[in-house]
Design a binder for this molecule. Structure first.
Ligand code: C2E
Ligand code: CA
Ligand code: CA
Ligand code: CA
Length: 276
């Protein structure tokens, strides 16, 4: 199909028969995963680099399968996209994240939820999100949707229209993995987004690599001049943290601060931070 980006194409060329078989096996089981309660969410805190405080959490999907064990999202999101299962799975993620957020009383933290490109292009996406916000009483302004640049590729005008509808509901928008896609800086001008998430691949070597430093500085500068916030992904060391803070990056997320946590651990972490 014409809406399949370059990245997706490789999924149709199995590297071996056994890989094709295992993808098929996964797809079959994935079907049942929602109804059998095999999906769950972890949450990774996002930290303000100025104050050190937790300002948000990102919901990360987990599939705990009786047959395959814990399957990482990198292995099954692409299958879900190819088979169309991303529709029901993405809807489940949004509802579950909002429900858990309200149940654990996590306001005023920002709740970030990943949307896949195909999910973003579903015609009923905006209606679904509106319905979930109503159903769960989740405040729209505390929900942040993370989109990758591939979501915008196919039909730019339609993408802008969807983004505008989400913005008018009050939802926050972030571009995920910024810099790894087909970034045309021209997009940034047209898209009503609030935040750029600088991809981990630039952060990983940012303290040794002059190129990664230049890219990271440039992204922060562009974001600032356009009134967008920046968050650095995959921060693992204090040196990276110091560099980012000095360069004026607002937020960070990564193992240096917190790994993805189970809901009960998020709840007690937030409670302790508030009390202490
Ligand atoms: P992402 O959105 O870029 O999420 C960040 C990934 O990096 C997560 O992997 C997280 O556990 C990992 N990570 C966080 N901090 C560090 C660090 O300091 N070092 C390293 N090496 N890794 C770190 P995870 O949970 O395996 O998710 C992988 C990808 O799967 C996500 O990348 C996202 O693209 C996708 N994904 C996860 N949950 C969902 C979902 O609910 N819906 C959709 N559509 N995609 C999802
Ligand atoms: Ca993300
Ligand atoms: Ca990311
Ligand atoms: Ca990433």
């Amino acid at each position: 199909a014409k809406d399949q980006g370059k990245n997706n194409f490789q999924f149709y060329i199995p590297k071996s028969d056994s890989q094709a078989e295992s993808r098929l096996a996964l797809a079959t089981r994935l079907h049942h995963a929602i109804h059998q309660n095999e999906l769950c969410l972890q949450y990774q805190p996002q930290v303000c680099l100025q104050t050190g405080r937790i300002v948000g959490i990102e919901a990360l999907l987990r599939w705990i399968s009786p047959d395959f064990g814990t399957v990482p999202p990198g292995q099954f999101i692409s299958i879900a996209e190819d088979t169309g299962l991303i529709g029901p799975i993405g809807e489940w993620v949004l509802r579950e994240a909002c429900q858990e957020y309200m149940r654990l009383k996590l306001a005023p933290l920002q709740l970030a939820v990943n949307l896949s490109a195909r999910q973003f292009r579903q015609p009923d996406l905006v209606a679904k999100i509106r319905q979930i916000l109503e159903e769960t009483a989740m405040p729209a302004s505390l929900l942040e949707l993370e989109l990758t640049e591939t979501a915008f590729l196919d039909n730019v005008n339609e993408a802008i229209s969807t983004l505008n509808q989400l913005k008018s509901m009050g939802v926050m928008l972030a571009i995920d993995d910024f810099g790894t896609g087909y970034s045309s800086l021209n997009y940034l001008k047209k898209f009503p987004v609030d935040k750029l998430k600088i991809d981990r691949s630039f952060i990983q070597h940012v303290t040794e690599s002059p190129d990664d430093q230049a890219i990271t500085r440039a992204v922060i500068a562009i974001a600032r001049s356009m009134g967008l916030r920046t968050l650095a992904e995959g921060v693992e060391t204090s040196q990276q943290t110091e560099f980012l803070r000095q360069e004026g990056c607002e937020e960070a997320q990564g193992y240096f601060f917190f790994k993805p946590l189970w809901p009960k651990d998020v709840a007690s972490l937030i409670q302790n931070v508030c009390k202490g």
